[in-house]
Each structure stands twice: as C-alpha cells, then as structure tokens.
Design a binder for this molecule. Structure first.
Ligand code: C5P
Length: 224
C-alpha cells in the first residue's frame, strides 16, 4: 500500500501525540514527536548553561547534541535519547516546559531540528506531530491535520497528566505555561505555529478517542 506523510500540528496539549501514536500503530508507520526534540535540546542548554541568546554558543552546543526518538509500537512507550541517554522523564518536567518555547524560537535550533526531521520522513510512512510540521518540515505531506481544543479542556488534560507525576503542581501553573507557550509559538519570527492552508482542522473538545480515530482514519483512507 502507498505510504504517506501525516502531519499533526496544533496548540499545546490538544492530544496530538495520542492521536499520532494511534495512527502510527494502526498504519504501522514511524512516529516522531518533534516537540520531544526541542525539549531535549532545551534540557541540554539548561544543563550545560548555554546562553541561547548567543548564536556562537548555540552553534557550538548543537555540534555536541545527538538526538534519537524511539517509539515502541507494541507498548506505546516513546523515549527521547539525548547523546545516548534516555531523557524522557526529564524533558517533561516544568523546568524544561518553562524554557522550551524560547529555545525553539532560535533560528539555528530550528534549522538543526528540521533537517533531522526531514531526513526521518524521507522514506514516508511517518506520522509527526509538532507546530510547523505541515507548514515547514513537510509542506508536501499528503495529509495535514491542525488540532485544536477548548483551552479549559486542554489545561485540565495537561494538569491531570502532570499531577500524576508530580502532585505539587498547580492548575494555575499549568494554565500559565500553556498560555505562554502558545503565545510564543504563535508569535515567533521563525516558523510560527499556524495552520497550513491545506490542513484539515480537528477540534476534539467534544470527541471521544474512538470517535476521533474513526474520523481521522477516514481522512487517511481518502489521502491514500
Ligand atoms: O509538543 P510539545 O508541547 O512537547 O512541544 C514543546 C515545545 O516545543 C512547544 O511549546 C514549542 O515551543 C516547541 N515546538 C516547536 N516546533 C515543533 C514542536 C515543538 O517549536 N515542531
């Protein structure tokens, strides 16, 4: 069967990765969480005290970064490796979430990540989620989805997810972080978050997971 590229972009905590994983498992496609790559770069910059306002420091630091995203279709587990270390739990922490949108707005960082993402999709048969996948990374993708959901629903979902790992987290903190990231992501000069002209909007505020998957599976069939 013909293999295609599926891009899923949208605001923070719309459930992009959940849908992307379901599709990848159903179609036996590769799944890449591009946000995890920006999170891993951010973690490295924090750990190594890289000043991301300094282009020279950024360029030098990027030369020492090796990224690998591994998704296990059988278990549904995905892990981000930074220089061969599994940094998955660390990149989901608030210290990284607070800085990732600043780091992801740096031109050199984006060029570094986008080049690798394009390489991963060279053979097609891939689902990638992020902010600029349908607009910049794969502008010729066969199926582009732009996900959105009611902000209050998104905050609740994200809070539940983070609270399970850290009961000290507050709803207010989560809300502020989502709003700030969406603002920076949508207003940055390089590759801002926006819907590709040919993307289909998926508002999942009132959809169950099954309803969502059925709907998107139909779009996939149409695109293949
Ligand atoms: O998807 P996730 O919320 O984990 O992404 C974390 C951050 O990485 C986003 O808020 C955004 O700043 C950045 N990002 C990006 N471009 C992508 C994916 C993520 O700028 N393609």
């Amino acid at each position: 069967m013909k293999k295609i590229i599926i891009t899923i972009d949208g605001y923070s905590s719309c459930g992009k990765s959940t849908l992307a994983k379901q599709l990848a498992a159903k179609l036996n496609y590769l799944y890449i969480d591009s946000g995890a790559m920006y999170r891993a770069i951010t973690l490295y910059f924090i750990q190594q005290r890289v000043d991301w306002a300094d282009t020279y420091q950024v360029k030098t630091a990027l030369e020492s970064i090796q990224l690998e995203f591994v998704y296990n279709q059988l278990t549904g587990q995905s892990d981000m490796y930074l220089n061969e270390e599994n940094v998955e739990p660390m990149i989901r922490e608030m210290v990284v979430a607070e800085k990732v949108s600043e780091v992801a707005a740096v031109r050199e960082v984006r060029e570094f990540a986008v080049a690798q993402q394009q390489q991963m999709g060279a053979a097609k048969g891939i689902v990638m989620d992020g902010r600029d996948i349908g607009t910049v990374v794969f502008p010729h993708a066969e199926l582009k989805i732009f996900m959105t959901a009611d902000p209050a629903v998104r905050v609740q979902r994200r809070f539940k997810e983070l609270y399970a790992k850290n009961p000290n987290i507050s709803l207010h903190e989560v809300k502020e972080n989502l709003e700030l990231r969406d603002y920076i992501d949508s207003n940055r000069a390089v590759s801002p978050l926006r819907k590709a002209d040919d993307a289909i909007i998926l508002d999942n505020s009132n959809l169950t997971m099954d309803e969502q998957l059925d709907l998107v599976s139909q779009w996939v069939e149409d695109a293949i």
